[in-house]
Design a binder for this molecule. Structure first.
Ligand code: NAP
Length: 293
């Protein structure tokens, strides 16, 4: 079994990005800048945002954090988004989800300038992905695609089964894997099946997968009986156990003897997600001085 080491791969990607940021700064005089908006005191969100800020700084991207109280209204948030949209020194805007109850998440995300939408959640950017001409790719599926490409895992003609149909992971992952493979792009041309909580005979379908991507948020859900021998298994889940440790949606110890390759949790998709946020922020800075491709 090959271990798909997302932590190590991330270090390589971030090193490449740091060098590209230096080149970009010296040729344009512009420092790429990410504005992160954090509403409320959700402990997991605080950790995620702080990790993103640190990662930005480490590669020379400026990061601005806007902390707002849990009582913030949708209108107040929309006001901040509008201000950041207009600020030419801000290239990427990230609103950390989930927002507290009472805040209209869709209205806030839809208000982000599509050119600054580094999470690629805006319907315009989702539409562009679906048409195979993405402006940005969403960070988690993008990280998974990078993992596949950089580990030399062929996706063309393979059967990919994605467990989970969220707007953040499952659906965009499927859209990306079914695209026609362009010369510049790989990690595509797969035959894709999505399964979810209403799917019947789920194990029968997962056992047909050459590539299995699991993003459901259920600790160690995927076991060896659900995996075809030699399949590539990507674990997206982040689940906190009662003892405080983190585990994925895949029962790693159980699956490792049957799978051809597995990504671990922690140290798999998580670090790559942040790397792709950095990549998208640099891209946003480039787009701010170029016509949109
Ligand atoms: P989500 O929005 O809660 O969606 C979960 C999906 O899983 C839904 O489509 C749901 O089906 C499906 N599901 C739930 N239980 C299932 C079951 N028993 N069998 C089959 N399908 C089932 O979750 P998400 O935002 O995609 O996140 C999924 C996991 O990935 C979470 O652990 C999250 O923390 C993690 N995550 C990690 C990263 C990273 O950077 N590594 C990024 C994003 C998310 P229905 O639609 O039918 O309800």
């Amino acid at each position: 079994m090959q271990l798909l080491d997302g932590k190590k791969l991330s270090e390589t990607i971030r090193q490449e990005l740091a060098e590209e940021v230096i080149r970009f700064k010296s040729s344009t005089g512009i420092t790429p800048c990410l504005a992160a908006v954090l509403v409320g005191e959700n402990p997991a969100s605080q950790i995620y945002v702080s990790n993103k800020e640190k990662a930005c700084r480490k590669i020379g991207i400026e990061s601005q954090l806007f902390r707002l109280p849990v009582t913030t209204t949708t209108e107040e948030l929309l006001g901040l988004v509008e201000k950041l949209n207009k600020d030419s020194g801000v290239h990427g805007i990230l609103v950390q989800l989930p927002l507290p109850q009472g805040c209209d998440e869709l209205r806030v995300l839809d208000a982000i300038d599509t050119k600054k939408d580094v999470d690629a959640f805006h319907p315009e950017n989702v539409g562009l992905i679906s048409q195979g001409r993405p402006r940005y790719l969403p960070c988690t599926p993008y990280g998974i695609q990078q993992m596949l490409v950089r580990y030399g895992i062929e996706t063309s003609g393979k059967h990919a089964v994605i467990v989970g149909r969220s707007d953040i992971v499952g659906k965009p992952m499927a859209l990306m894997l079914i695209q026609k493979q362009l010369p510049k792009q790989s990690g595509a041309d797969a035959t894709v099946t999505i399964v979810h909580s209403r799917t019947k005979n789920l194990s029968e379908i997962t056992r047909q997968a050459d590539l299995l991507i699991v993003a459901i948020g259920r600790s160690r859900f995927l076991t060896a009986e659900m995996v075809k021998p030699g399949a590539v298994v990507i674990d997206v889940g982040i689940n906190r156990l009662s003892d405080g440790t983190i585990c994925g949606d895949v029962d790693f110890d159980n699956v490792k003897d049957i799978a051809g390759a597995v990504s671990p949790v922690p140290g798999g998709v998580g670090p790559l997600t942040i790397s792709m946020l950095l990549l998208n922020t640099l891209r946003a800075a480039k787009l701010s001085i170029q016509p949109i491709e």
